[in-house]
Design a protein around this ligand. Structure first.
Ligand SMILES: [Ca+2]
Ligand SMILES: [Ca+2]
Ligand SMILES: [Ca+2]
Length: 480
């Protein structure tokens, strides 16, 4: 018998009121190894996973062009939405996992909290619904790396959770029941709450590549096979230790190429922004309007040719990006761009696991292109698992803000609620506030948090909270 979805939250505590902070300072050197279940349990006992409420952080006003005058009488909100990057929803029992490769620098191969990410996502959905109930959200936009390794089951879990399917069971291979009985462990089926607002899909490297680095064509057989070489979790043993060798195969792990992924995303719920035209194009390049002043343009910077860093092909610039920017300018709309990779993470595609792409554009070329348009306000990005705010002022061009939100997968496990206003004083204001997912009455999301804290405090994952000026901010942008 499946329990009911969690009830709505009464309210959300924003980080302007209170931040959840680790009790332990981050260690100077790696402590123990969280991949070892006994070590992990010991570190939890020692308090490495403990968090305590800390003081809130007020919204910091930031202007790079002098203080704006007082807002005018015609101040108007143009959009209110949530930015949600890097959930990295993983089938942590997959034979293609690389849990043996995990350290402070390369920290995504193993997460102590990885089995719980379906519940963390569900808790984030519940939190976003409460934000919407308090003050309506227009939508939620993803930041890419929604799933971890381009697998069918991972994509279905993610979409079923945000769409509120009757039941989701984030389990593969052996049907595990880690704690006997229903609804008491992360491998049990549960009923997700479902998001009350539209959700827009953005592709990251982990959505289209195995482990975010490797082209799927070479890995299709391995993903549905029975041999794990890089280390995966075996939950038939206490604590789910990392093992290599034989695993129980599961066809639901079949890899999706980018077109297959877009087809799946489009086929469920309201399509999550992906139209038949987008699917036919083969990459997640699309746009949508909000109200009468804003146009969002989504860029697909994931490279199916491999490597974690972003690639933007000149072909896609010519076929999609330039025409969209020109059209938005002609239509008199302000532009918000969204992609997984920041301009600083654009590459030629030749990083680890990849192949050099001759027509890839550089950071400088990308920023200079956006600088040609005086209506580009904001670029939303993820990928680096840290909060970061950057004023981009291309030489001789028009400036805009780039806002990176940290990963839901890693501490501080936050999303960012964003409001864009026209202040009727010659400026737009972009207000971004970090939000912790709520765990009220949510046993399994509550169990996840200490693992994420432990991963960071024991120095197996870099802290993702950035600096004060990267978190709760009101960014002023001068209108042309
Ligand atoms: Ca299993
Ligand atoms: Ca199960
Ligand atoms: Ca159970």
């Amino acid at each position: 018998m499946l329990p009911d979805p969690l009830p709505p939250l009464d309210a959300v505590t924003l980080t302007t009121e209170q931040r959840l902070l680790p009790v332990q300072a981050v260690a100077d050197e790696a402590v123990g190894d969280p991949r070892d279940p006994d070590d992990r349990a010991q570190r939890l006992d020692e308090g490495w996973g403990d968090e305590a409420p800390g003081p809130g952080e007020p919204v910091l006003d930031v202007s790079m062009v002098g203080d704006p005058p007082q807002p005018g009488p015609g101040t108007k909100r143009l959009a209110r939405f949530v930015h949600l990057p890097d959930t990295q929803l993983a089938d942590d029992e997959s034979p293609t996992r690389a849990a043996l490769v995990d350290n402070f620098q390369i920290s995504g191969g193993f997460r102590p909290q990885e089995a719980y990410m379906c519940h963390v996502l569900n808790a984030a959905v519940r939190t976003m619904n409460a934000l919407h109930a308090a003050d309506p959200l227009d939508f939620v936009i993803l930041g890419g790396d929604n799933i971890d390794s381009a697998q069918t089951n991972e994509a279905l879990w993610f979409l079923d959770i945000v769409d509120g399917a009757p039941s989701v069971e984030c389990d593969s291979g052996e049907d595990d029941d880690l704690v006997p009985g229903p609804a008491n462990d992360p491998k049990d089926p549960f009923a997700p709450v479902g998001l009350d607002v539209p959700l827009y899909w953005v592709n990251g490297n982990h959505d289209v590549l195995v482990q975010g680095n490797f082209p799927i064509e070479n890995k299709r057989a391995e993903a549905v096979g029975s041999v794990a070489s890089g280390g995966t979790r075996d939950y038939r043993m206490p604590g789910g230790p990392v093992v290599t060798g034989e695993v129980i195969p599961d066809d639901r792990r079949a890899l999706l190429d980018r077109t297959e992924l877009l087809s799946l995303v489009r086929s469920l719920g309201d399509g999550h922004g992906i139209s038949m035209d987008t699917e036919a194009y083969g990459k997640a390049f699309y746009s949508f309007d909000v109200g009468d002043a804003l146009r969002f343009i989504v860029l697909d910077t994931a490279a199916e040719t491999g490597a974690a860093e972003g690639v933007l092909h000149m072909e896609d610039i010519d076929l999609f990006v330039r025409p969209e920017l020109d059209k938005a300018a002609a239509d008199g709309r302000y532009v918000v761009l969204a992609s997984h990779h920041a301009a600083t993470n654009l590459s030629d595609g030749g990083g680890f696991g990849g192949t050099v792409q001759p027509d890839a554009i550089t950071q400088t070329e990308f920023e200079a292109m956006l600088g040609e348009y005086d209506n580009v306000v904001l670029h939303l990005v993820g990928h680096n698992h840290v909060h970061r705010v950057r004023w981009v002022a291309p030489t001789g061009g028009n400036p805009y803000w780039e806002v990176m939100t940290s990963a839901l997968a890693d501490w501080p496990h936050q999303v960012r609620v964003v409001e864009i206003e026209d202040l009727d004083n010659g400026f737009l204001a972009i207000t971004g506030v970090a939000v912790d997912f709520a765990v009220d009455g949510d046993l399994l999301a509550g169990e996840a948090r200490p693992f994420g804290v432990l991963d960071m405090t024991t120095r197996w994952q870099a802290p993702g909270d950035g600096m004060l000026e990267d978190r709760n901010v009101r960014l002023f942008w001068p209108k042309p």
